[in-house]
Design a protein around this ligand. Structure first.
Ligand code: FAD
Ligand code: NAP
Length: 542
């Protein structure tokens, strides 16, 4: 398709997909399988989404590679070889590129194409997407595969543009290698991105200052090469492996030590032994040691205290160790996996600057100022996160029936049915939208389930000769109740995380995740079995 000049009439497709990360790629593959003409619009210059943009040093998955893979194609699962327990960003990007080539997806993707608006035409029952370049594309169905963590946040520091050194954001890292050798480097942000990048940057920087506003819990990843035997065993029954992961809870961890009962039922000596076993095994397993760790504050405290002791045991300077120890519940914010993060603070070239009481005052041409102190820097790395879950959707002008703006419908927080659909926005599908398990599951499992559901739904509409499908107001309201009821039985709403939008000034505080992938899938399937319960279908050729 040639690029448009803004005066082209809108081009028509059966379905439009926004985003060419893992969700958009799979949506294209499946929708094509229905015989639809599909166009994918992607702001980046290549496929991979998260793994295209986040190229910072140390970037890796923290769900193990063998879990963090598509399961829809046995051939793909068999032929792709992961080299490490947690693949690097570069390897995951190669995987996304391999998928795009293997299933010949690129010919239907427009790169360097940012969608600025999506407007529903009720009369024609069609969505019109307009790109930044002014192109217009129309289709009855629109799938938003825009990502949960794809809208970068830029902190509003005073004199933000004053810094004359090198400035990098982890979430849109340059494609060329960045050389830190001998330089004075500052990192702002100690979430998953900062915690992965800091140990790598410290290896070559002349000096590294880590500006920490809030400490985070982090567990050792214990990355290692993957053996052929290990891969072979999982791949022999890849779909079964995924299913066992779903039954465990989040679509991953099928090979971990089992989840124990409530912490209070485990004698203290055995609690410690169980936690040690999972800590030594590496990864997120420590968090699922006891079944009530994310529901019961006392159980949570057992795990949190164990991790705090580990931090104190690793970091030589007690004052630094105390600053690195979170006093919140563990898991309430997204826990991190690291390779030598806490050990990094024992290096002579690394220091922790506590900015919890005195924030970054301003940037200067030569560095930054905090608490009245100048910090001269050659390089500043911002690992400051995302406007998660809703950011990418609301940065577009999305308008549904009657011209209603999604931004208005979501003024008090996102409202969806199943995290897949929004009342007032017919034939608009969200992949891993707010109100679905998304970021509290293996995202690959969540993406595949959503795309399969959406494809099944569109096939159903076409079989029925229905023109459109829309979530009812009542079903949406009941779903929101369910999401918050599950959340209220957990520790999640109690802390200031991006799960509740607390990292974005002015964002309504709403917990945006449906807890429990297995239960969620069951609900989705039941709704289909009951003839798309909670949805209204309009007759007349789709
Ligand atoms: P994305 O990969 O975010 O892709 C969305 C795409 O949509 C982007 O390419 C973006 O450019 C495009 N887009 C957005 N808006 C527009 C627009 N208006 N117009 C055109 N294009 C647009 N999850 C896990 O389960 N395990 C992990 O280990 C893990 N690690 C992560 C590490 C990092 C650094 C980050 C940031 C996230 C990680 N995640 C992880 C979450 C990760 O986002 C998902 O696993 C997955 O990659 C999401 O795929 P997606 O296709 O839904 O979204
Ligand atoms: P994040 O978790 O939101 O962390 C952002 C960090 O920046 C926080 O430490 C935050 O401090 C700090 N910050 C933000 N604004 C600031 C300001 N104005 N001044 C000082 N500090 C500021 O973002 P992220 O690290 O990019 O991770 C986001 C999510 O992406 C993760 O939770 C995870 O789901 C995913 N991810 C996964 C991996 C992986 O291991 N596979 C890697 C990276 C990302 P406060 O806490 O005080 O707000």
């Amino acid at each position: 398709m040639p690029p448009g000049n803004g005066s082209d009439p809108a081009r028509r497709f059966d379905a439009l997909v926004v985003g060419a990360g893992f969700a958009g790629l799979y949506a294209l593959h499946r929708l094509r399988g229905l015989g639809l003409s599909v166009r994918v619009l992607e702001a980046g210059s290549g496929v991979g989404g998260t793994w295209y943009w986040n190229r910072y040093p140390g970037a890796r998955c923290d769900i193990e590679s063998l879990d963090y893979s598509y399961s829809f194609s046995d051939e793909l699962a068999r032929e792709w070889e992961w080299t490490e327990r947690y693949a690097t960003q570069a390897e995951i990007l190669r995987y996304a590129e391999h998928v795009a080539d293997r299933f010949e997806l690129r010919r239907d993707i427009s790169f360097d194409t940012r969608v600025v608006s999506a407007v529903f035409d009720e009369r024609a029952s069609e969505w019109t997407l307009t790109t930044e370049a002014g192109d217009r594309l129309r289709a009855p169905f629109c799938v938003m595969a825009t990502g949960c963590l794809s809208a970068p946040l830029e902190p509003d520091f005073a004199d933000r543009d004053a810094f004359s050194g090198e400035l990098y954001y982890t979430n849109r890292w340059p494609h060329e290698p960045v050389d830190f050798t001998g330089k004075r480097v500052g990192v702002i942000g100690t979430g998953s991105s900062g915690i992965q990048a800091i140990p790598e940057i410290a290896k070559t920087a002349g000096s590294l200052s880590v500006f920490q506003r809030t400490p985070n819990f982090s567990f050792p990843a214990r990355n290692e090469p993957l053996s052929d035997e290990e891969q072979g065993a999982v791949k022999a029954d890849y779909r079964g492996h995924r299913q066992r992961g779903i039954e465990r809870g989040g679509g991953f961890g099928a090979r971990w030590a089992p989840v124990l009962g409530p912490a209070a039922d485990v004698p203290p000596g055995e609690q410690r032994e169980a936690l040690e076993e999972r800590w030594e095994g590496g990864g997120l397993a420590v968090l699922s040691c006891f079944e009530d760790a994310l529901a019961n504050p006392e159980a949570n405290a057992v795990v949190a205290e164990f991790v705090r002791e580990k931090i104190a045991g690793v970091v030589d300077d007690p004052e630094t160790a105390a600053l690195l120890s979170p006093d919140t519940m563990v898991g309430c914010k997204r826990p991190c996996l690291d390779t030598g993060y806490f050990e990094t603070f024992n290096r002579p070239n690394v220091r922790l600057v506590d900015i919890s009481e005195a924030p970054i005052e301003r940037l200067t041409p030569k560095g930054l100022v905090t608490d009245g102190v100048d910090h001269p820097l050659d390089v500043l790395v911002l690992a400051t996160g995302f406007d998660a879950m809703t950011g990418a959707l609301l940065r577009m002008d999305v308008r549904g029936r009657g011209g209603r703006r999604l931004a208005d419908a979501w003024r008090e927080g996102p409202r969806t049915y199943l995290g897949l659909a929004v009342h007032g926005f017919p034939n608009l599908f969200l992949v891993t939208g707010p109100g679905s398990p998304s970021v509290l599951s293996n995202m690959m499992a969540a993406i595949e389930q959503h795309v399969d559901w959406i494809t099944g739904c569109i096939a159903h509409l076409r079989e029925r000769g229905a023109r459109s499908i829309e979530a009812t107001r009542e079903a949406e309201a009941a779903w929101i109740e369910d999401v918050s009821e599950l959340a209220d039985a957990s520790i999640y709403p109690t802390c200031n995380s991006w799960y509740v939008g607390a990292n974005v000034p002015g964002k309504p505080r709403v917990f945006m995740v449906y807890l429990g992938l297995a239960g969620y899938i069951e609900r989705c399937n039941e709704i289909v079995a009951k003839g798309y319960e909670g949805f209204a279908l309009s007759p007349g050729g789709a």
